[in-house]
Design a protein around this ligand. Sequence first.
Ligand SMILES: [Fe+2]
Ligand SMILES: [Fe+2]
Length: 151
Amino acid sequence: MYIQWKESLELHNDLIDTQHRIIVLLCRKLDIAIKTQESEQTVRWVMLELKKFVEFHFLSEENLMHEIGYPDVDNHTLIHTDLLHQLDLMLAKISRHREFPEDLLYFLNQWVVNHLVSEDMKIANFIKNTGREPIGKNLYAEYLHTSDNAD
Ligand SMILES: [Fe+2]
Ligand SMILES: [Fe+2]
């Protein structure tokens, strides 16, 4: 079970959308690794790849919030930190066979979709309403080819 990328998940911010797409891509990769019965070690590496990217994305999103003067940055950061803590606990349980990679994938799928449409959407709306821009805004259009800069 994995998230299908869909229009409603687009926040129309090139940086955030690109990173969210990679998280969704890595969730699908984990789903495939589980279904094709890759070794326990291989599945573990894919889970770590996913967790590390989520961690990177959180830092990137937190930097973005600071750069645009987003008012709710502390609360949003706390939610991110809590998820990373939960993922660490799950990875430890999976190592002891108390939980399974499927559990982590299911949990993360739910979490990502909920967080994206509730919390992350607020950042996108703040940018839209205030016109505040992150450092190097023009770089995004130059290097990332998402729906908003397909030309
Ligand atoms: Fe977030
Ligand atoms: Fe996000």
